[in-house]
Design a protein around this ligand. Sequence first.
Ligand SMILES: Cc1cc2nc3c(=O)[nH]c(=O)nc-3n(C[C@H](O)[C@H](O)[C@H](O)COP(=O)(O)OP(=O)(O)OC[C@H]3O[C@@H](n4cnc5c(N)ncnc54)[C@H](O)[C@@H]3O)c2cc1C
Length: 205
Amino acid sequence: MVADEAGEIQVFGTQWCGDFYRGEDVLVVGGGNSAGEEGLFLTRFARHVTIATRDPELTASKVVIEKVAERPDIDVLTNINTVELKGESHLETVVVEDSLTGERSELRPAGMFVFIGLTPNTEIVGELVELDGQGFLTTDAWLQTSLPGVFAAGDARSGSTKQAASAAGEGAAAAIAIRCYLGPLAGGMAEPQLDRGGMPAVMEV
Ligand SMILES: Cc1cc2nc3c(=O)[nH]c(=O)nc-3n(C[C@H](O)[C@H](O)[C@H](O)COP(=O)(O)OP(=O)(O)OC[C@H]3O[C@@H](n4cnc5c(N)ncnc54)[C@H](O)[C@@H]3O)c2cc1C
């Protein structure tokens, strides 16, 4: 997440739960859909929301960007790197740096919400199966990885929507694909036949 100048990770005062900040000013770090949606959600509780993104503009969907722009109680800071968190028992100051000018300033939100992306935990299989450039598992239409018989579902899968409902659905689809993969093997067929014009050779559900 965020390290101070000594390289130590500082996470105190960073939050997932907006209800703690009713009537307070809060900071959201990030600029994608998650950050934008969280900023909008936090307006239900917080008095004011600042979204700080290191990019020149929000990279969220058009609809999220428009909704954020409509909110008088949300400010968006662009080209801003979050470089240090300060405080004793709780978060007191967030040091941010303008990436264009190098100028540093301090924000004093009551709480900070971090939405700066995901790092997939795929090291354990990364030697065996193909990963995309960001470490996510690549799969075919049947959620099979580059190693036959190994399937992937959910957030760790390249191209997944990173949503709970999708992860559950992909898990169900992968289970069916695994059954199709194993069926012919159990029946003594030489090769599993998952991919025949996009349909599995065995489809008994
Ligand atoms: C703050 C936040 C808010 C969210 N809000 C929403 C929302 O409102 N709606 C929505 O649809 N989605 C939401 N999501 C996304 C949703 O949580 C994920 O899409 C979903 O949990 C993905 O499920 P998954 O099973 O792929 O991964 P995970 O839920 O991350 O589960 C992975 C599991 O694998 C385990 N694991 C990891 N490595 C290993 C290992 N080496 N060996 C064994 N086990 C291992 C982990 O411990 C974990 O239990 C939110 C996510 C976050 C972080």
